[in-house]
Design a protein around this ligand. Structure first.
Ligand SMILES: C[S@@+](CC[C@H](N)C(=O)[O-])C[C@H]1O[C@@H](n2cnc3c(N)ncnc32)[C@H](O)[C@@H]1O
Length: 379
């Protein structure tokens, strides 16, 4: 069991979903540095403590005695926090769970920021939280040295106030900012809306909405572009799932190509699902639902005719196909007999082997030097 010691005791922590074969811990040196700093610094945290970007709930669980508000864009991160509180016998209500899209608290006395990998998400969150800060608010950011750049510090300077960094300890660093209410940084520049290029089928020239931090928020991904050119045609009232929907461009293409289709947009990012909803609303009047979830976990077995998926191959900077594997297994479960899973991926990822094992067969629908579109049929 992974146990983290802090000034307030010891907690057992796991990522979500908990996988005994997963050797990765639910916290790192940056989380430990922040917790040690808080434990050694007077005055102790008091008032409204907000924790932003806590990856697996290590910060919120360790600080549960202060009843923090956790602000996270990740459904998995939120579920990890819930499970970690439970694992340590802590009250589920000890931490107030807000998504990155929820209205933030009106006043924050201690703001703890685990620097996210997306600078855009940090920019959006600091803009949204700045009005809740006052001159006495303690603001401490944390991250691994490799995650904190001059541009990161500039954001704190520009939106919060004078900013300095600590010494690096075990390759982690703290960011210490003093709020200057006179700055008045104004509203967040996000979401970003842009028009898609031509030559990508029904979505050509259409506008997509992108909240901060989502996959490829400022341009069309080249894998997605390849997928859009090779999507299957459907007819009649088919049930389509856009699995890992991001800004919803793939599911909206399916909806536009067949107005009788009902599309479920699913993502573990709250901002992605909000983006997909806006993209769909602007471009299609078809039936749709929008689900923040771990893959297809909220969809009943046998409820889909077509699953479209451009799976992630990174999780918190590590290259991994574990999410893709779970998505393929989930797709197999939700597809009705004869239903199809269509996947786009980099050729070198070898998704065809995994799909062949799971579905019994897998066909290459299209390929170029970089990408393949694969089709697997549920027997
Ligand atoms: C490569 S992006 C594809 C986005 C979009 N479909 C596109 O093609 O532009 C993968 C998406 O999967 C989402 N994702 C990652 N893990 C997930 C999970 N466990 N359940 C649901 N979605 C997940 C990510 O948030 C991301 O939006």
């Amino acid at each position: 069991m992974n146990r983290l010691s802090t000034s307030w005791g010891e907690v057992s922590l796991a990522r979500f979903p908990a996988d005994p074969r997963d050797p990765l811990r639910a916290w790192d040196a940056a989380d430990e540095y922040l917790l040690r700093h808080l434990g050694e610094t007077e005055p102790r945290p008091s008032g409204t403590v907000a924790v932003v970007g806590d990856r697996w709930g290590a910060l919120a669980t360790s600080l549960a005695a202060f009843h923090p508000v956790q602000i996270s864009d990740s459904f998995l991160g939120r579920e990890a926090t819930r499970a970690n509180l439970l694992r340590n016998g802590l009250d589920a209500g000890a931490v107030r769970l807000l998504s990155a899209r929820d209205t933030p608290p009106e006043r924050i006395d201690v703001l703890l920021v685990r620097v996210p990998k997306s600078l855009a998400l940090l920019e959006d969150q600091l803009h949204r939280l700045a009005p809740a800060l006052h001159e006495g608010t303690v603001v401490v950011g944390t991250g691994m040295v490799s995650e904190i750049h001059t541009s990161t510090l500039r954001l704190f300077e520009r939106i919060i106030g004078p900013t300095r960094t600590s010494l690096a300890v075990r390759k982690a660093r703290l960011i210490l900012a003093t709020p200057d209410p006179a700055i008045g940084a104004g509203p967040s520049p996000w979401p970003l809306r842009y028009a898609l290029p031509d030559g990508i089928g029904v979505m050509s020239g259409r506008t997509v909405t992108n909240h901060a931090g989502i996959f490829c928020a400022d341009r069309l991904d080249i894998g997605t572009r390849f997928f859009l050119k090779h999507l299957p045609g459907t007819r009649g009232p088919v049930r389509v799932v856009d699995l890992g929907c991001g800004n919803g461009v793939v599911g909206t293409a399916a909806a536009l190509a067949n107005p009788a289709a009902a599309v479920s947009f699913v993502d573990e990012s709250f901002s992605a699902v909000a983006s997909a909803e806006a993209t769909h609303r602007e471009n299609s009047g078809g039936e749709a639902e929008f689900l923040v979830a771990d893959g297809v976990s909220r969809l009943p077995g046998g409820s889909a005719d077509l699953v479209l998926c451009n799976p992630p191959f990174h999780s918190h900077r590590a290259t991994t196909d574990s999410t893709a594997r779970r998505m393929f297994g989930g797709a197999h479960r939700v597809l009705a007999p004869g239903g199809e899973l269509w996947v786009v991926g980099n050729r070198h990822l070898g998704y065809h082997l995994r799909l062949r094992r799971l579905f019994g067969d897998c066909e290459v629908v299209a390929s170029d030097p970089k990408f393949v579109v694969l089709k697997a049929v549920r027997k």
